[in-house]
Design a protein around this ligand. Structure first.
Ligand code: GLN
Length: 477
């Protein structure tokens, strides 16, 4: 067998069907990688060994009867620890959820189980998915597998690290403002933020509900698309999920289609590492040589996206996180009366960044400030969305860097909130507009740190993103 850590999901499925190895053998490989390298990277909060082995055994029994039907048959997966999996804790990397064990599976988990995937663990993350470096975790920072002094990005840093380190071929994270794409870029893998409504959010702990989406991560574009295809679709438990045509993506990805790419000039200004732009330029040249067209585009309101994103995300978070009160979920501190108990529980249970956001969010929603901040932000959000709508009249795909820089050092930005927030400057617009976007590994800066390229498409245009990613993968060789 080829070294386990290098096997793609497609290769694992093919190997199982051929009988080259069993589901239990593959599951053991993933579990031991999670316990060894995963432990060094601090990538997992919980390893779900019992359930995983049970599932793998059942798959082997089915294989004996010649049944290998699931689209992810026997593939070991990891999911971010804000996605509910019954019988194991869901912590959101927060102290306040100590002891919380969901009694149901998220719809996404249900679909993965139905496709015969084997979930081997719950990954570390920024607390309640608030962060860009995975340093805001009650369980400690995650390390970037490329260089352990670097952050893996956030908030889905554990999922990105698990995929990049070869522990699992596919992992799921969540996105509100870039939390799948930015860590994918920092760790040198592929990451997808799907169209808003494409994957059910039922069982995903809410951060900012008008933007939250579950997204997939993988080491190649085919596995990425395969994972998305399994998880997506309308779900009656999530009224924001949408019924749409979702073909067998991996089968349709190899095409000779020529795309028109737009380069939004607002995304190439100050603050971007010249090494990052150089990599994007090289990709552009490769694609031009392959016959694709490039046009200059303007998205005039995108520079406002960070301000708008942090007002809306914090406002929604302040409301969503009100439910963690020491009564309904997890941890409870003791005090004399109810209000004192609430206060003590929330004060001891939430970390600094979560508190900052709840306070800011409450402020922008309060009487007198609502019109000036929250309402204004919603109006500008609509302008940002319309810019994209106009751009997609002219182009198929927009191309930008995923993040202005490559991975930074652990500790480097933790005390500079604004610098940290600026990591999301190129990713947040797609969340505000609800459109799909993908991060593709596209080279390195001079010291070898991975760089990510972002492609964005119109709503439910995931297929175009997968096709462009597959084409690029092919021509890069
Ligand atoms: N880094 C952004 C934030 O801190 C995005 C987080 C996310 O997408 N969940 O809000």
């Amino acid at each position: 067998m080829k070294e386990y850590s290098k096997l793609s999901a497609a290769e694992i499925i093919a190997g199982l069907k051929k009988g080259s190895f069993s589901a239990v053998e593959i599951c053991h490989e993933a579990l031991s990688a999670a316990k060894n390298i995963g432990h060094k990277l601090n990538a997992f909060i919980t390893i779900t060994e019992g359930k995983a082995l049970e599932q793998a055994k059942a798959l082997d029994q089915r294989m004996e009867r010649g049944d290998t039907s699931g689209a992810l048959f026997g593939v070991p997966l990891a999911i971010k620890d804000n996605i509910c999996l019954s019988d194991y804790p869901t912590t959101c990397a927060s102290h306040i959820l100590d002891g919380f064990v969901p009694i149901y599976d998220a719809t996404c988990v249900q679909k993965l189980n139905e496709a015969d995937a084997v979930i081997i663990g719950k990954t570390n993350m920024d607390e309640f998915a608030m962060g860009s470096s995975n340093e805001n975790s009650y369980y400690g920072a995650v390390k970037n597998p490329f260089d352990n002094n670097l952050v893996p990005g956030g908030s889905s840093g554990g999922s990105a690290a698990a995929v990049a380190a070869g522990i699992v071929p596919i992992a799921f994270g969540s996105e509100t403002g870039g939390s799948v794409r930015q860590p994918a870029a920092f760790c040198g893998i592929y990451g997808l933020k799907p169209t808003y409504g494409a994957i059910s959010r039922y069982g995903l702990v809410a951060f900012a509900s008008s933007m939250d989406q579950i997204g997939s991560m993988a080491r190649n574009p085919y596995d990425l698309a395969l994972a998305f295809g399994v998880a997506c679709g309308r779900d009656s438990s999530d009224s924001t999920s949408v019924a749409f045509d979702h073909p067998n993506y991996p089968q349709l990805m190899t095409t000779n289609r020529k795309f028109t790419f737009g380069i939004p000039r607002e995304y190439f200004g100050d603050g971007i590492d010249p090494d990052v732009s150089r990599n994007i330029d090289e990709v552009k040249k490769l694609l031009q040589k392959d016959g694709h067209k490039f046009v200059d585009i303007s998205l005039p309101h995108s520079p406002l996206a960070i301000a708008v994103y942090y007002i809306i995300a914090d406002a929604e978070a302040s409301s969503n996180l009100a439910r963690f009160d020491g009564v309904r979920y997890g941890r409870r501190e003791k005090d004399e009366d109810l209000i004192a108990m609430y206060r003590k529980t929330r004060s001891a249970g939430f970390g600094m960044e979560v508190k900052r956001r709840v306070i800011l969010g409450t402020y922008v929603l309060s009487a007198g400030y609502y019109d000036a901040y929250y309402l204004k932000a919603q109006q500008v959000r609509e302008l940002i969305r319309r810019d994209f709508e106009n751009a997609f009249q002219e182009v198929d795909i927009l191309m930008t860097p995923t993040s202005p820089t490559a991975a930074f050092r652990i500790g480097e930005k933790i005390s500079d909130t604004l610098a940290m927030y600026l990591s999301d400057i190129f990713t947040a617009p797609a969340n505000l507009a609800g459109i799909p976007a993908i991060s593709i590994p596209c080279g390195t800066v001079s010291d070898g740190r991975p760089v990510g390229l972002q492609l964005m498409a119109t709503a439910f245009g995931e297929l175009s993103l997968f096709q462009a990613a597959a084409r690029l993968d092919k021509i890069k060789g």
